[in-house]
Design a protein around this ligand. Sequence first.
Ligand SMILES: Cc1ncc(COP(=O)(O)O)c(C=O)c1O
Length: 392
Amino acid sequence: MSEEILSRRALSIEPSLTLQISAKAKELLAQGRDICNLSAGEPDFNAPKEVLDSTSQAIFDGHTKYGPASGDLELRKAIASKLRLKNNMDITFENVMITNGAKQALYNLLQITLNDGDEVIIPSPYWLSYPQIIKLAGGNPIFLNSDAENGFSINIDKLKSLITKKTKFIIINSPNNPTGKVLSRDELMEIAEVARSNENLNIISDEIYELILRNDLRHISFASIAKDLKDRIYTINGFAKGWAMTGWRVGYLVGKEEIIKASSSLQSQSTSNVCSFAQKGALAAINMNEEYFLKINLKYDERREILYEELNKINKLYINPPRGAFYAFPKLPDKSISSLEFCEKALDEYGLVLVPGKVFGDDQCVRISCASSKDNIIDGIKRLEQMIKDYY
Ligand SMILES: Cc1ncc(COP(=O)(O)O)c(C=O)c1O
């Protein structure tokens, strides 16, 4: 295709490096190579039986037609009720719409709120789609860097210095992809305080990993600690990670009614409704009891612990203990090898699939996932240890 056919926006989008890496890993696996893949961004088990049953039953019950663009009313109400009861948020179903994953919740929100040149502050490291989705909406991503040695803490003075007349949002993501960091109540309060003194600053709280959290921690929704800022907080979340429903593509956007209406109009002219029977599966998911999460989080706790303990034994790597999500984000010993080169060599020479930190905004780190069996994690870390010995 000649370049002229592509719009400036299309040309500004970077293809997903993670997809390229997993394509190469698959190719090597097909050639019979011994590959250990620690790059997964999704749970390694299936959705709960309740969800599978309800989704398939919904097809036979005829939930196979178009539905409202803003989502199945029963599901919107169930989500609103969950957010009121468990997340301490003051909302009703009119503040909730169903989207094709949390990704589309963010996409819709930015499409309907950003004008060309508006700025969105992203604490870095960040989920790799944020800058791309901002650019697609005509906005400019502004990065607020943090260091591994500092526990990837958000520097509040730095944040204040980045705010301009064009700043519209900051995106908070806790538990975090790729670092596994969970922001404390105090850290969230400090960000809220900055928003209080900057009335144009709105907050997007990406809480997709809410349920993948150390068993001794409780998730804190941003909207619950700053109720006075209610009209400036947008929460995005979904069913992909907590219930292992990545392929269902069901997420949601929570915010003031005016925004939910505009976002529903946009959706009505783009993807229409989220798959009707997938939403019925999500309804079954949201009605499940806490026991399920206790069980899966015990498993993740164990895996996170192994990941951390084993990484910690490798000389020269700097590692923060992950407290949520299913990733660790160790820092490489020095800058002699970029994260991209490091991951290429890891795959070619050690059969180990990792994700380069560069795609998350930090070229000296690599992301390692523990959404994998214990044996696989241990095998992968052995390969990594050997590589670090060989190269540094
Ligand atoms: C931080 C973060 N936000 C949002 C998403 C998107 O989630 P969904 O699959 O619901 O679109 C992901 C998926 O990897 C993520 O890591």
